[in-house]
Design a protein around this ligand. Structure first.
Ligand code: SAM
Length: 128
């Protein structure tokens, strides 16, 4: 299991957990990461979709690095789907990628007390 973050300090915290192999310092966006197509069984992004952080345009790259049949899992505060202008386009973009045959939704679950008393949402997609 590898970890990616743009921030060195966050990667240093990740290293302390002794669960990650490669620590990748890079921006997630439209740029191509130094990762092969289909290299991973899954990508998991937790807390990346937070105001001023990762944009919706990163979805293609999250998909590209996962093998067909693998999974993309995204968790975020549910309220940010409406509150943050950038993320109002997130679910339409996810649906468009499904129409384009890139992935299919497995689940979309809302749950209480994700962060600071706010609800969370977890999307799970299977890569096609
Ligand atoms: C709320 S923290 C979540 C950190 C960690 N994933 C967790 O769940 O504890 C958001 C992280 O996203 C990183 N980040 C923001 N924009 C990024 C981008 N475009 N590419 C890579 N990392 C980014 C920040 O450096 C920060 O560490």
């Amino acid at each position: 299991m590898d970890a990616l973050d743009a921030n060195d300090n966050m990667l240093a915290l990740a290293k302390e957990k002794n669960v990650y192999g490669r620590l990748i310092q890079d921006f997630l966006g439209t740029n191509r990461l130094d990762v092969e197509d289909g290299e991973y069984d899954a990508t998991v992004m937790s807390g990346g979709f937070l105001e001023g952080h990762v944009k919706c345009d990163c979805l293609e790259e999250l998909i590209r690095v996962v093998r067909p049949g693998g999974f993309v899992v995204i968790s975020m505060r549910e309220v940010n789907l409406r509150k943050v202008p950038e993320y109002r386009n997130l679910e339409p973009r996810m649906a468009a990628l499904q129409s384009e045959g890139c992935w299919e939704q497995v689940s979309r679950d809302i749950f209480p007390d994700y962060c600071e008393g706010e609800e969370g949402i977890i999307f799970v997609y299977r890569v096609c």
